[in-house]
Design a protein around this ligand. Sequence first.
Ligand code: NAD
Length: 286
Amino acid sequence: MTTIIDGKALAKKINAQTQELVAQLREKQNIIPGIAVVIAGDDAASLIYTRNKHNKAIKLGINSILKKFPANVSQDELLTEIEKLNNDDTIDAILVQQPLPPQLDPEVITNAIVPAKDVDGLNPLNLGKLFANQHGNYPVACTPRGIMRMLAEYNIDLQGKNAVIVGRSILVGKPLLALLNNANATVTMAGRNTRDLSALTKTADILIVATGVPHLIKATDVKPGAVVIDVGINRLSDGKLTGDVDFEAVKAKAQAITPVPGGVGPMTIATLMEQTVDLAQWRHHG
Ligand code: NAD
């Protein structure tokens, strides 16, 4: 029987724990974790994502501010806002929703967020610590952190296993490479230019796909008994959401698989909330 990894249920559990912790922090230490979500432009999907994050934070008792800028905002204006948030004592986490309008350099914008408030884990200092597998507290990109939590929750052993990641983005693929490597998996990363992707994915005990290509991975690309994590969120012409994996066909072959929706997606937002509270605690207690 294939295990369907229930990201929605796990996210619910994590959110309940976060809400409880937020209430305790407020009551016992007078700490109210705070997040600022910054968006520039009016990309429909980004507006929905940022609103969902903002609403979830409020629901869990986290102080949340949503800062909306027009699509033609200048880089200087956005940098001034980030500097203000860096120095705002009520804010522990700063998230700038991507993609950004073309006049803004995403590298300059993300690097402007002070590492201690970098809830997306995109600052080179935090990424460097992750790749060096350093001790201590630092934020890690929320989708990869959420995936590691799912694997742990379902007791999926990583030690010595072949993990293949398809997709090399700085938000998903690269931090996952470090996390899986730090967990002693043997990790291979593939992208658009990989030759014979199918031969590679068939070697995977753990296959993680984050490309944005609907149903890129078919049953013939998967080793029997593999664990398959589908990060992709693709909207089809009929309005339905689907992943990067042909779920129905691959399900028959896999040991465990995440659905879309209801897999990685809910975990990302729950992890974002959890990490906001982590940042608040680290900032107050070191
Ligand atoms: P991205 O566009 O930044 O990166 C895509 C990567 O996929 C690139 O490295 C590219 O080389 C690779 N790729 C593209 N086509 C390929 C192909 N045919 N074969 C092999 N590799 C290929 O994307 P991203 O931001 O990492 O997002 C990837 C997908 O994951 C998107 O569908 C996005 O919506 C989704 N996503 C979901 C969550 C979540 O919480 N579930 C979070 C982030 C991203």
